[in-house]
Design a binder for this molecule. Structure first.
Ligand code: BGP
Length: 491
């Protein structure tokens, strides 16, 4: 059967993407509980973000984001330190104006996340009632989207855990967290039944680890994969629930899937790259196919991991697979044996690729790689795909006349969209949509900087959190508007 379109299909979901912990702010307003990210400091390209903790003896310290948190330590908020999630770029107070700007750009889709502790401040523990103010806030946001016919694409868990669950249950390491999370899912699926149809239960599951992202203190492979097993079960049960509450719901897996190339034709590097890629595709294999793939045994042996499953887990995972595969794509990695850490599942930078330019943050720019990954995933799963993050982080400059001429961003996006179009038109890839990352400037999740900007809309805020929060359209704003309004014809 030959499929494929001449162009992007009618209803292709053009838009932009954000996440609460990087955009929403108002961390202590409207009844929101604390999130693990609220203890994560700002950082820079050269000095990574740190988690602030109080040790058992009362002393305060800062740990690397991915370091194990010592037994008995509790997160704290230091007055003297800047925590980017606290204010972020304040979607909470700007949502109306921001959504109006997205509508003006012709967005058909807006990806955002719900902050779990805004809905259940303690994560949804037994007897906890949901936070009315939090639920009302998101209802207002979704109604605003509806007003402009913008389809919300909602992530339920984007890098922030309720701190209460992290401190009292060890986050996703605990099996009980599955039930708490499902209580939260039930609440939002029910409440927004008529407002939201596209859901992503977990953001970039393949790069989750440690205290902030998994809520677990232990960062070792054993604890990590056990926690991830709980996430697989939670994801499957969320799909079940979401389909029961509204059969129209489309619920997708989401991974960081920037591409991997072998360094050369040395068979060791070719096979090594395949094995390395599996560290990431393992997650989509489980969520799209419904079972732990055959190579899991050797992968777990290498990592020294043994998963404890409960009877019924495998059936649950088999029965409730994802409706589509969403992924983020920024760059590609060059692999050769020994160059990347064996435990990595997200794609470190690897060797330099002599054929590609890099952004100032060292990320190789590779539009063809996007077509390559789209084909890789299409051929592997034969199910709809959704590019839910792509873009170029740059330190934009405001000219004297107030304009921001981000031609480099326009070039980056144009080149990627052209390759995406080839994947759809030439290769017949079934693609639901394209939402660029950080369509309005927000805090970088990797470094905590403000100056790593991705937006079509500039936000006046610096790396220390100073600024008026004023929104300014960049040159790319008008360009993207043409793209969305012509359904990708006019690039
Ligand atoms: C992805 C995350 C996003 C986002 C993006 C860009 O991994 O899902 O939250 O931040 O990467 O990364 P950074 O912010 O580090 O530039």
């Amino acid at each position: 059967m030959i499929v494929g379109n001449k162009n992007f299909k009618e209803g292709f979901l053009w838009g932009g993407a954000t996440a609460a912990t990087q955009y929403e702010g108002a961390y202590n307003q409207g009844g929101r509980g604390l999130a693990t990210n609220d203890f994560l400091t700002g950082g820079t390209k050269n000095s990574p973000r740190k988690v602030s903790v109080i040790l058992k003896d009362g002393t305060k310290t800062f740990l690397d984001r991915e370091a194990a948190v010592p037994e008995g330590a509790v997160g704290y908020i230091a007055e003297e330190t800047y925590y980017p999630s606290h204010k972020a770029t304040d979607f909470y107070d700007h949502y109306k104006g921001d959504i109006a700007l997205f509508a003006e750009m012709g967005f058909k889709c807006f990806r955002m996340s719900i902050s779990w502790p805004r809905v259940f401040p303690k994560g949804g523990i037994d007897g906890e009632v949901p936070n009315k103010e939090g639920l009302e806030f998101y209802e207002r946001v979704f109604n605003e989207c509806k007003k402009y016919n913008i389809e919300p694409l909602v992530t339920l868990f984007h890098f922030e855990n309720p701190a209460y669950l992290a401190d009292n249950y060890d986050g996703w390491y605990s099996r009980e967290t599955i039930d708490f999370y499902l209580r939260y899912c039930k609440e939002v699926f029910t409440r927004y039944k008529n407002l939201v149809k596209y859901w992503i239960p977990i953001n970039e599951i393949n790069v989750l680890r440690g205290y902030t992202r998994l809520g677990c203190r232990d960062t070792g492979a054993q604890a990590r994969y056990q926690a991830l097993h709980h996430l697989f079960v939670a994801n499957a049960l969320a799909i079940k629930l979401g389909h029961e509450i509204n059969p129209e719901n489309k619920i997708g897996a989401m991974l960081a899937l920037s591409g991997i190339y072998p360094k050369d034709c040395d068979p060791k590097n070719i096979m090594g790259a395949v094995e390395y890629r599996r560290r990431a595709l393992f997650f989509s294999d489980v969520m799209m196919r419904g079972y732990y793939p055959s190579y899991t045994r050797s992968m777990f042996e290498d990592l020294g991991v043994t998963i404890s499953k409960q009877p019924g887990d495998d059936d649950i995972i088999r029965k409730y697979v994802s409706d589509f595969l969403a992924f983020s794509y920024y760059r590609t990695t060059v692999y050769h044996t020994g160059v990347v850490q064996e435990t990595d599942t997200g794609g470190q930078l690897g060797d330099a690729n002599p054929f590609l330019e890099k952004t100032p943050w060292g990320w190789p720019i590779d539009p063809t790689g996007l077509r390559y990954v789209l084909n890789e995933l299409h051929e592997r799963y034969q199910r709809p795909l959704f590019i839910v993050e792509n873009g170029m982080g740059m330190d934009d400059v405001i000219e004297e006349d107030g304009s921001i001429n981000d031609d480099y961003r326009i070039q980056y996006l144009e080149d990627h969209i052209k390759e995406m179009k080839k994947a759809v038109v030439t290769d017949g890839v079934d693609l639901l949509g394209y939402t660029t990352w950080g369509c309005i400037d927000l805090v970088s999740s990797g470094t905590g900087e403000m100056k790593k900007r991705y937006g079509f809309i500039y936000v006046d805020m610096d790396d220390e959190g100073n600024g008026t929060l004023r929104r300014i359209k960049k040159k790319s704003f008008e360009w993207y508007k043409k793209v969305t309004q012509s359904n990708g014809e006019n690039l």
